[in-house]
Design a protein around this ligand. Structure first.
Ligand SMILES: Cc1ncc(COP(=O)(O)O)c(C=O)c1O
Length: 396
């Protein structure tokens, strides 16, 4: 079960130990070739091209949304909006809620203390502009979402809850179905699936969420494509905060009308190549046995890494040391050594990791750490990669 051969980056960089997939995954040849194929054979702007290659480009664009809808358990693919990444998706949603006067002064947004900045800053911007409040749900000693704290903070002022399903620092999986069950009708529940969808099956119906976003580059597709899924009742009701060509029905010199879904939320020429890469990324996952297979590949790697971690005496793990309810993301603090120095030493041995606060400053303040080295796996990693990491890490 070695998937490395499917990923040309490893053939072209035979010594590379890539342990940075939480930042961006590598791409299989199937995805890379599909981009070239699309650009060579059917690239053209979509919407209203009456000629063959434009029709084909639009078909592929829609196919990519259909496969995403299938995997997210969404009934209508027109609820899938393409953005450029997760960050853009959150901003589009936040600005759209503002434009539609969804919040009034004194309303509250609930986030978790582990959120990535992408799911904090757009809401902080609204706070500054609208006078709303933001509160953060704590985590437990085991780095899990503190449901008691959630219940305490989920008062009648809360109009929106936006939570990550997996922490990009600890790799902890949060039981957001529990939040979905607890949420009231007057609250919009938003899920950041950026770090969950690469690793396991995500189902919007089970989550009982209203919006969900993720980013293509972490799940084998190209960068520059992101997904905002929303329930039709909201997408139809809301006027988008951003508009222009492709997103309108009629325009006069003094007014305009919105296009129908999903176009009204996709102003301007979209990332068609990115959409094709996403289609092929999900097809690739399907071809290797789906998300069940991904979990099957990753679980032993997680167990092995945690076992070997016991050998590093001067290293602290920010996160749970259980292999349950987690993905293969490990943030490590090497006592007395800055994470940049550790990452540089690892890089000298061709081991790619990430160093810093991983766009989660509030979480680092909570745990009282300045920085960490983040090691993360995906389907192409092997026990040998982990061994090479420990060989070098032991001597740092
Ligand atoms: C949990 C989480 N949310 C959002 C993002 C932002 O993704 P992007 O930079 O593609 O917008 C990341 C990226 O690391 C992430 O880990």
């Amino acid at each position: 079960m070695n998937f490395k051969k499917d990923f040309p980056i490893f053939k072209n960089n035979p010594d590379l130990i890539f342990l940075d997939s939480t930042a961006s995954s590598q791409k299989p040849a199937y995805v890379i070739d599909s981009i070239k194929d699309f650009l060579e054979n059917s690239y053209a702007n979509i919407h209203r091209g009456m000629y063959d290659i434009s029709i084909e480009a639009e078909r592929l664009y829609d196919e990519s949304k259909k496969i995403i809808a299938k995997y997210l358990n969404v009934d209508d693919f027109r609820e899938v909006i393409y953005t450029f990444n997760t960050t853009y998706a959150v901003n589009l949603l936040a600005l759209t809620l503002k434009k539609n006067n969804f919040f009034k002064k004194g309303d509250k947004i609930l986030l978790s203390i582990t959120e990535h900045h992408a799911n904090i800053v757009p809401w902080l911007m609204l706070k500054q502009e609208l006078g709303i409040e933001i509160d953060f749900v704590n985590i437990t000693e085991n780095f899990d979402l503190d449901f008691d704290d959630f219940e305490k903070k989920y008062d009648s002022k809360v109009k929106l809850i936006s939570l990550t399903q997996v922490s990009n620092v600890t790799g902890q999986i949060f039981d957001l179905e529990k939040i979905g069950k607890a949420k009231r009708e007057d609250t919009i529940f938003v899920v950041d699936a950026s770090q969950s969808i690469p690793h396991f099956s995500v189902d919007v119906k089970k989550l009982n969420c209203d919006f969900l976003f993720f980013t293509g580059h972490k799940i084998l597709a190209d960068s520059g494509i992101g997904i905002l899924w929303g329930k039709k009742e909201y997408l139809e009701k809301f006027t988008p905060a951003i508009s222009g060509g492709g997103a309108i029905g009629e325009v006069t010199c003094s007014s305009y009308t919105d296009a129908k879904l999903p176009n009204k939320f996709e102003a301007g020429t979209p990332n068609m190549t990115g959409a094709v890469s996403l289609l092929r990324a999900f097809e690739y996952i399907e071809s290797i046995g789906g998300f069940e297979k991904i979990e099957e590949i990753e679980k032993p790697l997680i167990e092995y890494f945690l076992e070997r971690l016991k050998e590093l005496k001067n290293v602290k793990l920010i996160g749970s040391n259980s292999s349950e309810n987690r993905v293969g993301v490990f943030s490590l603090v090497f006592e007395g050594i800055h994470s940049h120095d550790v990452a540089e030493t690892l890089a000298e041995h061709n081991i790619a990791v990430r160093s810093g606060k991983h766009c989660a400053h509030p979480f680092y303040s909570l745990v009282g750490e300045g920085n960490s080295v983040r090691v993360s796996f995906y389907i192409y990693n092997t026990k040998e990669d982990i061994d090479k990491f420990f060989e070098v890490a032991k001597n740092i």
